[in-house]
Design a protein around this ligand. Structure first.
Ligand SMILES: [Zn+2]
Length: 608
């Protein structure tokens, strides 16, 4: 490798020259990974001499920092490093990309497969439990081992972290691994001090690595979400609480803490300003924590006069809201905050359209309660997955809207218990009517029924009659559908974090689908989807046509929901153009680098 014309880190660089003495005229440089193992006693790394001792390292990751200097990291301490010997023995060079960034791995032909795997793991910055996949230029999967076929930068492989094995494993397990690394590091430090009398800088470097790894573990949910990293350490306006949660269902402690806070706060008076703000689609959910959200839901039931009209006891309402909170899972999108947003949009629409003057209170009670319950116990995998994976839900509901049927069933499970039954003082007939209405509304949120429901609504619009039950039922279904998918009608700073959450949930599903060999839904595939690409089609062909029909019945809504959605469409269209421009620039610079490389090759005929 000494003759690599791009001047990537080579074995020659290790000898004598020291790591900072590398040629600096290389192109924007790929990361080069080098692993060594051997058995020589004298090792000269980074100007550090060791005599007779067993200096051990298995993989050295070379990476150019912004200043064009080479930064080196020791990966683990298992084998002896012997650059001189390794160079003589012969090495293999593999070119590949991680997230589009070119990388280069170099390892001796006789090193263990595990070392090669560790090397690629380092390149992907993957954790010990992440699953790596290496693809050939043609897209077939290649086994990561010493027998990897050497390639060239033009025919480079593609490395991917497909998924993290994170089956509800508590953070503690990973932290335990980390502490064992720390212990080994301390042990190594002591050994070196015995030999040398002082701690070499390389040990400080390793300590820094362990610290930064810990920081990463604490701040992100999955290391595999490389594209959607959420750093919780900066800023406050974050859709954050889900990213570091470990279990799907809320823990008992978590629930109790929130319940206590909710009960304490529920006796406080909510200001008129907040009550007014709550009636507008510009309401920012990210400013409220879960206990506060429960208070706001209570305000909605109070201010729509449900408590007085239906004789709802405060204790029952609070217990109902708590059970609802408890039965929404810790997933990125379909969580309790989503439940609140949908309910708040429904509440806003009721006020903006003055629906109280047009429909019975019982219909409004059905609409608000349906919104509250519409995604109960969602596990983050959609109906297509449920059906393809033949989950318990799909079996139970015979592939017919498995999720929506389940959300509804959980709602009535909560309502069946006397202490959380907000309808317990209603007549049998009223309860029957409410049950029928809630089932209708929640089942209408299955997007596979979208076109059918919208077409039916369109057909009755010209003769819409508020005294016609069928018309009113359809309007209720349209209103919950609008509330469910109308994040884009909110201000951009409220809506955009929701898109990140949605994509996170989608990507998680498609990763699992790939792992399980199930059909992958294209709009969930992290390889195919970008933020603008996912939004533009959805807004143009699903959301806007739906909103336009609703505004035919309520022209006053245009300003509140159509205008912001059109703005969002413009925003994502611009974003898509910018991404295309960026892609063009990237392709051009890649072509230039490639032709320079070819020129270099001609200047140095022996460089291969
Ligand atoms: Zn929903």
């Amino acid at each position: 490798m000494a003759g690599d014309p791009r001047g990537g880190a080579s074995t020659a660089d290790l000898n004598g020259g020291g790591v900072r003495g590398q040629p600096t005229n290389r192109p924007p440089s790929p990361t080069t990974l080098v692993t060594y193992h051997g058995c020589d006693q004298n090792t000269n790394i980074s100007g550090m001499k060791r005599e007779g001792g067993a200096y051990t390292e298995v993989g050295v990751l070379w990476r150019n920092n912004e200043r064009g200097q080479t930064d080196r990291r020791l990966r683990s301490a298992e084998h002896r490093a012997t650059p001189e010997l390794t160079h003589k023995m012969g090495t293999k060079v593999i070119y590949f990309t991680v997230n589009g960034i070119p990388e280069q791995a170099e390892f001796p032909v006789d090193c263990p497969d595990q070392d090669v795997k560790d090397l690629f793991r380092s390149a992907a910055e993957a954790g010990p439990h992440d699953i790596l996949k290496l693809y050939s230029p043609k897209g077939s999967i290649i086994n990561i081992s010493t027998s990897l076929e050497p390639n060239s930068p033009i025919s480079c492989y593609r490395l991917e972290v497909v998924a993290t094995d994170c089956t509800n494993e508590p953070l503690g397990a990973e932290m335990a691994d980390l502490s064992s690394i720390e212990k080994r590091l301390q042990c190594l430090e002591r050994q070196i001090q015995v030999v040398d009398g002082k701690t070499p800088s390389v040990v400080f470097e390793m300590k820094k690595q362990v610290d930064s790894f810990r920081e990463k573990l604490e701040n992100v949910e999955h290391l595999s979400w490389l594209g959607l990293f959420k750093d919780l350490s900066e800023g406050t306006h974050k859709p954050s609480p889900f990213y570091h949660k470990r279990t799907l269902q809320k823990t008992r402690e978590e629930c109790e803490r929130v319940r206590e806070k909710f009960l304490q706060m529920s006796s406080l008076e909510v200001s008129e300003d907040v009550r007014h703000y709550l009636k507008t689609p510009t309401f920012d959910n990210w400013q409220w924590e879960d206990a506060e959200i429960m208070v706001l839901l209570q305000v909605m039931y109070t201010d729509l006069d449900f408590i007085a009209t239906f004789n709802i006891e405060l204790e029952a309402l609070q217990q109902f809201l708590f059970e609802v909170y408890r039965r929404y899972n810790n997933i990125p999108f379909h969580n309790f905050k989503h439940c609140f947003c949908v309910t708040q949009m429904m509440y806003g629409l009721i006020w903006l359209t003055d629906l109280r003057s047009k429909m019975d209170s019982i219909n409004l009670l059905i609409m608000l309660t349906s919104a509250v319950c519409h995604d109960l116990d969602h596990t983050g995998y959609n109906n297509a997955y449920q059906i393809n994976a033949q989950t318990d839900l799909a079996l139970r509901y015979n592939d017919i809207s498995p999720l929506e049927n389940h959300h509804c069933a959980v709602a009535f499970e909560i309502l069946q218990r006397r202490e959380s039954n907000i309808f317990r003082n209603l007549s049998v007939d009223q309860y029957k009517r409410i049950r029928e209405g809630i089932i209708k509304c929640i089942l209408a949120t299955d997007m596979t029924r979208h076109t059918k429901i919208l077409n039916k609504f369109k057909s009755i619009l010209p003769s819409f009659d508020f005294t016609n039950k069928e018309h009113k039922d359809l309007l209720m279904m349209i209103l919950i559908k609008v509330s469910d998918i109308s994040n884009e009608a909110r201000p951009m700073e409220v809506a955009e974090p929701w898109l990140d959450c949605l994509l996170q949930e989608f990507f998680n599903q498609s990763d699992v689908e790939k792992l399980e060999g199930l059909p992958v839904t294209p709009f969930m595939d992290r390889d195919k989807v970008t933020k603008p690409s996912s939004q533009i089609g959805f807004i143009r062909f699903v959301l806007l046509p739906l909103l336009i029909e609703l505004t035919k019945l309520f022209p006053c809504l245009k300003h509140h929901i159509i205008e912001p959605v059109r703005k969002a469409l413009d925003y994502y269209t611009e974003m898509e153009k910018a991404l295309e421009r960026e892609q063009q620039v990237w392709t051009q610079s890649e072509n230039v680098a490639r032709s320079n490389e070819e020129d270099d090759g001609q200047d140095h005929p022996n460089s291969k």
